[in-house]
Structures are given as structure tokens and as C-alpha cells.
Design a protein around this ligand. Structure first.
Ligand SMILES: Nc1ncnc2c1ncn2[C@@H]1O[C@H](COP(=O)(O)OP(=O)(O)OP(=O)(O)O)[C@@H](O)[C@H]1O
Length: 537
């Protein structure tokens, strides 16, 4: 009998990192054109499994893996990702692998550039061939067009907003002619809902063309909407394979965490009164690629949790980036009654402001350093915390014990999955790296904390934990918190007031109890409605 051979088959796959077992006896098959939705808590082993399929160096450099992988029935054993690409397996990693100083189109066709004939090639060989840029641009444009997004292919990658970087990465994979399997590791984490919708449609189209997709996401609704088969990993074990029509978000969440989850009643937010203005902006503008901040005037009360929402590119992320000196900014900003000088990244930190950026890997972590140093680093440098001094400060050295203590405090409270506080940041899973970034800002004990997209890349179970930790900080230390988020429900669950930014201006400020429709109206710039300004809840 002629048994049908699956496109890809994983047989008894296991992996440990220096004795720490992270994958155990995984068996999985993937058919041509099938979309597999891969889910699991932060640190469950999803990226590791994908790195094995993609032949990533990190697997080989850490002792390889156990078990066998078959592609079209033949065993494969990739020596590098180039072998995987040659075999038709592409991957878009959580962290971008684009070349920052190159344009989008150069990145999309990188290593597969078109060249022009010139006579020197006949004499000296291919090394003297010249690039056929117009052909390269046409190819890049075609790939971007497939995605139906508006990305400027001539823009340098380091000047792009994160969402556009993500589309550039995917366009690069689409441009490859031989792709059979595409692994997408949390591709929608950096996208807005509407951008994510576009991507999901593209994924469906690719699968119809016969390309198989392995799609990792913490947004379980997406997983249910798009997958042909949902695969749940927990603590390195494959614990469930299920069809989306036979399950629900709640059930998947329970398989992920391994226990039954109570359906939480929505708690109504207690109304709080605030007296003093701690922070003000007048006519703030910020020049950040992809983010329009034109004219933002705000007054923030000491001790409140203030939300900033709005559609992508309207300015919600640009505000904190400008104030914290990461992008050119102008206008007037005041903190505790004193003008705060803009275009300087050090002064805000010294004055008691802190920022957890949406681009956490870009500006957040010292990847080769251990967790404890990452958590304490900024506080050490800016506030001389975790430092021992002798002779009136003439002799200074690192206080390793207090660093360890603070790190362990956050490892426990934020449930950071790691082997110890000495594990290097680069060895943590994406979601756990993000928790380290939050801990780093908490260690500063700031008076005013800006947080952008606090739960991006965080699994369903840990989302609430992160929001609760923010609330706890606000309550215990009186920290004023300004949260920018594309998830309106997240803002409505913890903020005292929520502003909506539209076209670089504050369209209105609402109470979290206001109806969703009022937020929606402000998001599309309809300011003439009843959107009352909540000056103090
Ligand atoms: N290079 C490495 N060295 C040591 N341990 C590692 C390394 N890479 C990953 N790990 C460990 O393997 C485990 C699984 O990590 P992995 O990145 O596969 O998780 P994940 O399911 O993708 O999580 P997330 O949702 O947070 O991205 C984690 O405990 C992580 O610390």
C-alpha cells in the first residue's frame, strides 16, 4: 500500500541546553499547505522547536538535538540555516534579522540580488558584476504588494517603524522561489490589529498556494481563526493537537498552563481622585519614523495610571520615545514644575522618569550579560544603586549580593522562567526577556514610568501578572504610570483615564467606564461627539 508521506515529520525530538531539558519526545507531522498554530506559555519551547527545524546555529552550538526530522520522507540534518533555506524552509524570527543600514528592497532580495551583465565579469568573474537595482526593486515591490501593505521599499530599515520591519522580513521570505514551509515566530506581536489582519490574510493565501505555515502567536483568537491544526506545547512536551473547530480560547489557555482557569469576572475599576499635576506637555512634537506626534498637550496627575491609545502610527508610541530623548522632539515638557530638556536621553532618567520601550530587544537588553546585571544596570549607572562605596566614594565596586537579591525578587514576582539570576539574557525565551525589561525599569523605582505595549509577546497567563504588577507598583510606591497600548481592553482594565491620539494630537480623554463606541469615534478622529474630557476622574 502506498502510504501518504507528510511534507515534514518530527520524530522523537528532544533538546537540552547544558542539562536543562526544554523539549521532550516531540512527534508532529505537517502536510503541504497546512497551517499549524503553535501555542504555549513563555519558555514552553516553541522557538527552540522552530530553531531545530530551521537548522539554526544556536542548536548546533549548544550540543544539537535528539530525534529525527524528515522532509518529503527523507531524513534531513541541516548544518546551518542556509541548508534549510535551500531545502525550502524559511523562518521569520521573533527578533529581526534585517540589516539596519540597508533599504527595505536591499533586505528583501539580500543574497539573491539581480546583477547586470558587464564585460569585466568575462575577464575577472562574478565578483565584478554590478547590481541591477531596478530589477531588485521590482521584485521587492512585488513581494510587498502580495502583502497588500504600504511599506516604502527605499526606506532604510533602521528608520522604519517595527511593523514595517516585520512586513519587510516576511516579504523577503515570499521573494524566495522555493519556499515549501514558512515558520513565523510571533509575527503579529509587533503589529497593530489591522496590520495583523492583513498578515493573516496573506498567510491564508500562501497556504492556498501550497506553502505550509507554522505560526506561533500568543493571540489565541488569531490561532483559532487561521490554523488548520493547533498544537499546544507545555514545559517542552507536546500535550495537544486539535482542530480549531473542536476547541475554544479558554480550553487552549488551560492546556497551556496545565490547570483549569477560572473565568474572571471583570472587576470594576475603583474611582480615584488625584490632586497634583506631576507632568505636563504643551505642543509636543516628535520626529519618529512611522509615528506622527504633531501637537500633544497633556496634564498628568501624580499617582494616576494614564493610558494612551489610538490606531497605529497616530502617535501613541512616539510620545514617550520623544520625551525620553530617543527621537528628536520639540515643544514644552514639564516635570514636577520644572522644564524638562528634550533631546537628551540621560536627564529624564536622572530626574526620576523611566521607560519600558515597545522595541525591547532594540533598546532594552544587554544580551550577553546575566539577568541580575540587566535588571540592575540602569539603576547602578544612573542612581548608584547596587554599588558599594569606601572612603567617601573614592572606591566603588558592584554590590553583587544586592544585585542578586533584587533580581530574585523580580524573578519571583514576575515569574521569569530561568535557571538562575546568572543566566544570560540571550538564553531566555522572548516573553521572559520582556519581563526582564520591565524589572529593569521597576528597579529604578521611578516617579514617572512610561510603558509601551507592556504585554506584547507575553503569554495569556502572564499578561494579567504583568498588569497586576504595574498596578501594585502604582499603589505601593505611588508611581505615576503612562501606558501606551494598542489593546484598548488592557487600558480599560487598569487606567484611571485614557487618552486617544489621532493624527498626532489628543483627540479626547475618556474614563475607562465610557462605552467602547466613544473610544472608537475618537480613534477615527470624530471629536465632535460627546467625548467628554475627563480632567480628573
Ligand atoms: N541559548 C539558550 N541557552 C540556554 N537556554 C535556552 C537558550 N535558548 C532557549 N533556552 C531555554 O529554553 C526554554 C524554551 O525557550 P523558547 O525560546 O523555546 O520558549 P518559547 O516557547 O519560544 O517562549 P516565548 O513565548 O517566551 O518566546 C527556556 O527555558 C529558555 O530559557
Amino acid at each position: 500500500m502506498n502510504e501518504k508521506v507528510p511534507l515534514l515529520k518530527l520524530e522523537n525530538i528532544s533538546k537540552d541546553f547544558f542539562g536543562n531539558k526544554v523539549l521532550n519526545d516531540i512527534n508532529l507531522t505537517i502536510e503541504q499547505g497546512e497551517i499549524i498554530g503553535l501555542v504555549g506559555e513563555n519558555g514552553a519551547g516553541k522557538s527552540t522547536m522552530m530553531n531545530i527545524i530551521f537548522g539554526s546555529n544556536i542548536i548546533k552550538d549548544t550540543g544539537g538535538y535528539g530525534g529525527k526530522i524528515y522532509l518529503n520522507g527523507s531524513e534531513i540534518n541541516f548544518n546551518s540555516s542556509f541548508d534549510a533555506l535551500d531545502a525550502g524552509i524559511g523562518m521569520v524570527h521573533q527578533e529581526f534579522s534585517l540589516i539596519p543600514g540597508f533599504t527595505a528592497y536591499e533586505n528583501i532580495v539580500f543574497n539573491r540580488e539581480d546583477t547586470k551583465y558587464n564585460f569585466m565579469v568575462d575577464i575577472f568573474g562574478d565578483r565584478l558584476s554590478t547590481l541591477n537595482r531596478s530589477k531588485m526593486k521590482k521584485r521587492a515591490e512585488k513581494a510587498i504588494k502580495t502583502l497588500e501593505v504600504n511599506v516604502d521599499i527605499n526606506m532604510l530599515v533602521n528608520e522604519m517603524p517595527v511593523g514595517h520591519k516585520q512586513f519587510t522580513e516576511i516579504a523577503r521570505e515570499i521573494d524566495r522561489k522555493n519556499t515549501k514551509i514558512l515558520v513565523l515566530d510571533e509575527p503579529t506581536a509587533v503589529l497593530t490589529e489591522s496590520e495583523a489582519d492583513i498578515l493573516l490574510k496573506t498567510i491564508k493565501k500562501l497556504s492556498k498556494k501550497g506553502i505550509s505555515i507554522i505560526f506561533i502567536s500568543h493571540r489565541l483568537k488569531e490561532i483559532l481563526d487561521i490554523s488548520d491544526k493547533i498544537v499546544v506545547l507545555r514545559d517542552g512536551e507536546l500535550i495537544k493537537e486539535v482542530s480549531p473547530s473542536d476547541t475554544s480560547i479558554h480550553e487552549i489557555s488551560e492546556w497551556m498552563v496545565g490547570r483549569s482557569l477560572e473565568k474572571k469576572e471583570k472587576k470594576s475599576i475603583e474611582e480615584r481622585k488625584f490632586e497634583n499635576i506631576i507632568f505636563k506637555t504643551k505642543k509636543l512634537w516628535v520626529d519618529m519614523p512611522g509615528e506622527t506626534v504633531r501637537d500633544v498637550s497633556l496634564e498628568i496627575y501624580e499617582g494616576e495610571i494614564f493610558g494612551i491609545g489610538g490606531l497605529a502610527g497616530q502617535g501613541k508610541l512616539g510620545i514617550a520615545n520623544g520625551i525620553m530623548g530617543l527621537y528628536p522632539a520639540g515643544g514644552y515638557v514639564e516635570f514636577r514644575g520644572q522644564e524638562l530638556h528634550l533631546n537628551d536621553a540621560l536627564t529624564p532618567l536622572k530626574k526620576g522618569l523611566a521607560f519600558v520601550s515597545e522595541d525591547r530587544r532594540g533598546v532594552g537588553l544587554l544580551l550577553d550579560e546575566p539577568i541580575d546585571l540587566n535588571i540592575g544596570f540602569t539603576a547602578m549607572n544612573i542612581q548608584e544603586k547596587f554599588i558599594k562605596k569606601l572612603f567617601g566614594g573614592l572606591l566603588k565596586w558592584r554590590d553583587d549580593e544586592s544585585l542578586q537579591n533584587i533580581a530574585n525578587e523580580y524573578i519571583n514576582s514576575l515569574e521569569i522562567k530561568c535557571t538562575s539570576e546568572k543566566q544570560k539574557a540571550k538564553e531566555l525565551s522572548g516573553g521572559n526577556q520582556q519581563k526582564v525589561c520591565l524589572a529593569k525599569s521597576f528597579a529604578l523605582k521611578p516617579d514617572l514610568l512610561f510603558v509601551s505595549e507592556p504585554t506584547r509577546g507575553i503569554d495569556v497567563g502572564a499578561k494579567q501578572l504583568v498588569l497586576d504588577t504595574l498596578k501594585k507598583y502604582n499603589k505601593e510606591y505611588g508611581t505615576t504610570i503612562i501606558i501606551a497600548s494598542s489593546e484598548l481592553e488592557e487600558l480599560r482594565s487598569i487606567c484611571d483615564r485614557i487618552s486617544i491620539v489621532n493624527e498626532g494630537k489628543i483627540a479626547g480623554i475618556l474614563s475607562p467606564k465610557d462605552p467602547i463606541a466613544s473610544f472608537g469615534e475618537l480613534m477615527v478622529g470624530n471629536v465632535s461627539t460627546d467625548s467628554k474630557k475627563v480632567s480628573n476622574v
